[in-house]
Design a binder for this molecule. Structure first.
Ligand SMILES: [Zn+2]
Length: 169
């Protein structure tokens, strides 16, 4: 494999993002899809650029100004203003169709989540949840608990549609 292609392949295997302050909804969708995404709504442009350079992250933004900065190596200007459409754009642009890993990353803090025993999360659940659900996941960083409830089902439906759509495009 020639070096350029190899470099590109390495890069894609470990695609990480830092989002500008207006992309809170896209951030949640990217994390739901399993992509490592740094986001804070109080980050200044130069902090975003510093994080991107230090951690080799791609800057996602709807602000061309930040992408014109000479220090920026990798950035992408989102065409759409609609979060779900933006997610689709990012996946297609960086060819991430095969890298999606649902329920692997916390939508709140970007930490990784793992399957956990019901007994270990019981104390943080409401009685209704305790009774009706059996599969639980917990964020290793912030401790947020996820379970296969109605929200989960909605999310899975969204991903199913997304996968079907991507197959067609
Ligand atoms: Zn978390």
């Amino acid at each position: 494999m020639d070096t350029k292609i190899k470099k590109q392949a390495e890069f894609l295997r470990d695609t990480k993002f830092v989002n500008d302050v207006h992309l809170g909804k896209l951030t949640r969708l990217l994390r739901m899809t399993g992509f490592d995404t740094v986001y804070r709504n109080d980050l200044e442009d130069d902090e975003i650029i510093r994080i991107a350079v230090e951690e080799q992250r791609i800057i996602l933004t709807r602000d061309l100004g930040i992408l014109k900065n000479k220090k920026v190596q990798k950035g992408y200007f989102l065409r759409s203003q609609q979060p779900k459409e933006q997610l689709r754009e990012v996946i297609l642009r960086f060819q991430l169709q095969n890298n999606m890993k649902f329920l692997s990353r916390c939508i709140i803090c970007n930490g990784t989540i793992e399957k956990t025993d019901k007994s270990s999360v019981e104390s943080c659940l409401k009685p209704g949840t305790q009774k009706h659900f059996n599969d639980f996941f917990r964020c290793k960083d912030c401790g947020k608990v996820y379970w296969e409830g109605s929200h989960f089902n909605k999310m899975m439906m969204f991903f199913q549609n997304l996968e079907n759509e991507l197959e067609r495009s």
